[in-house]
Ligand binder design. Structure first.
Ligand SMILES: [Zn+2]
Length: 126
């Protein structure tokens, strides 16, 4: 029990670092967009870059939400439990993907579902 708490503290630190990293990369992207758009000569290229940058921002926004959710779950003591089937998530999986809220079985089901439901946008689950 004691070691489990220590594990969670380590994971919590990892999540905080990830969050800081994501916040950092988002603001750098904002600077990049402002810089590119102020140069009208390069507009076509800028549009393509902008699209790419926006995708990256959306992804890191989703990621940030996932990390924040995981941190909340640690706070409420529900971390490491699959949100779909209430089974314990494999600790090795949590080490590799600390912000996951799904066990490997449900994750595979989810991946399979999203493959077939291509045009149905769902929040990312990693
Ligand atoms: Zn599950």
């Amino acid at each position: 029990m004691k070691s489990k708490k220590r594990e969670q503290e380590k994971i919590q630190q990892k999540l905080h670092r990830k969050l800081a990293e994501l916040q950092g990369s988002t603001s750098r992207k904002d600077d990049l967009i402002a810089e590119r758009l102020s140069d009208p000569v390069d507009q076509m290229q800028s549009r393509a870059d902008l699209d790419l940058a926006v995708t990256t921002i959306n992804t890191s926004f989703e990621m940030r939400r996932a990390v924040e959710t995981a941190l909340n779950l640690i706070e409420t003591g529900k971390y490491g439990i699959c949100s779909e089937c209430d089974e314990d998530i494999n600790p090795k999986r949590l080490q590799a993907v600390p912000w996951t809220t799904l066990c490997i079985v449900c994750q595979e089901m989810y991946d399979l579902e999203s493959q077939f439901a291509g045009d149905d946008p769902k929040p990312i689950r990693v």
